[in-house]
Ligand binder design. Structure first.
Ligand code: ZN
Length: 343
């Protein structure tokens, strides 16, 4: 078989096989078969070296022409098939715009954390520093240093989880007060946010576990009027409108005089409604002037300095603000409840 016949045969074979091509994969296969390193056109080159000197350039030219023809045909074919295949794929993957989207569940803060942060931010903006104390504390810092002597009847007001004779779960964040007085000298403007624990029956209004923010200010000439003004300012900032406060005498061993603080009902503006039990007022915090004995526990001279303190229950505040009827909702981890809050 002459080289010329070989060239014509390969061309015919190619044209025949090309007619059978159905997709881009067939094109790739032909490319290897004809143009690959061990392909049919390469095999023609082996014959070329046996050709005579006159024939060699003629056949060389013919082989090159065939190579070009095959290359162009395969490249055009590949482009055309790839484009058809892409169209087909897109048609099959048509987007159904009526399908519901996938929900993206995002984490969020617990409503009590949101409110606690808000309370902290307001006090910080008023010049108060934030201090924290331990959840497990000694009887001394939780009671004794705060003017609850060992046999003080006021201890019965707070049912306590004792761990042993000396250690307990703090019943209020007031345990931070004397710790701060030991650390700093007046003037002291400080808040103590945190968890508290009391050994009480769990009901819609009370829980064994709750949050408080304790606030206190110690300096020369701190008066009851400063306490009133501070709480007025705080409440107006928290409720984002002018809020009136009032104090009623009450008793806590660590303050003298002791008070309970009310705000004018945020629902009815003092007209009387179900939430405020038609009194026009809502009880929000406990407060008073820091007892001289407590100042002494902290190494502060009560003849020179005075101070006030107030404690806010965060659960109670949240229940008022969002009209929540049961304190147990906060610890049930029900997403339907928790997802309502984006303060
Ligand atoms: Zn009301």
């Amino acid at each position: 078989m002459t080289l010329n016949t070989q060239i014509l045969k390969i061309r015919e074979k190619f044209l025949h096989e090309y007619k059978e091509v159905k997709n881009s994969k067939d094109i790739e296969r032909l490319k290897i078969e004809y143009l690959g390193k061990k392909g049919l056109l390469q095999s023609l080159m082996l014959f070329l070296k046996d050709a005579s000197t006159e024939e060699r350039p003629v056949f060389g030219k013919e082989i090159n022409e065939l190579k070009n023809e095959i290359t162009i045909q395969l490249e055009n074919g590949l482009i055309s098939f790839l484009s058809k295949e892409e169209d087909k794929k897109l048609n099959n993957e048509e987007i159904d715009v009526t399908l519901p989207g996938r929900k993206n569940f995002q984490g969020r803060f617990h409503p009590l954390t949101l409110l606690m942060n808000e309370v902290i931010d307001i006090f910080v903006s008023m010049g108060f520093a934030v201090e924290t104390g331990p959840d497990v504390d000694s009887d001394y810092y939780n009671f004794e240093a705060l003017n609850f002597a060992k046999d003080h009847p006021a201890r019965d007001m707070q049912d306590t989880f004792y761990l042993n004779d000396e250690m307990l779960l703090r019943t209020h964040t007031s345990n931070v007060q004397v710790r701060v007085m030991e650390k700093f000298k007046p003037p002291i403007r400080c808040i103590a946010p945190g968890k508290c624990f009391r050994n009480e029956n769990i009901s819609s209004r009370s829980h064994v576990f709750f949050h408080q923010v304790e606030m206190f200010y110690i300096d020369e000439k701190v008066t009851f009027a400063s306490l009133l003004a501070t709480m007025d300012e705080f409440c107006s900032k928290l409720f984002k409108k002018k809020i009136e406060t009032r104090f009623r005498p009450s008793y806590f061993p660590f303050v003298e005089p002791g008070m309970e603080g009310d705000i004018k009902c945020i629902i009815c503006s003092g007209q009387g409604c179900k939430v405020c039990k038609h009194s026009g007022w809502l009880e929000v915090f406990g407060a008073g002037m820091i007892h001289p004995e407590v100042l002494k526990s902290g190494g502060i001279d009560p003849e020179k300095y005075t101070g006030f303190a107030a404690g806010l229950g965060i659960e109670r505040l949240a229940m008022l603000m969002y009209n929540i009827k049961d304190i147990r909702y906060f610890t049930q981890n029900d997403l339907k409840f928790l997802q309502q809050f984006d303060l």
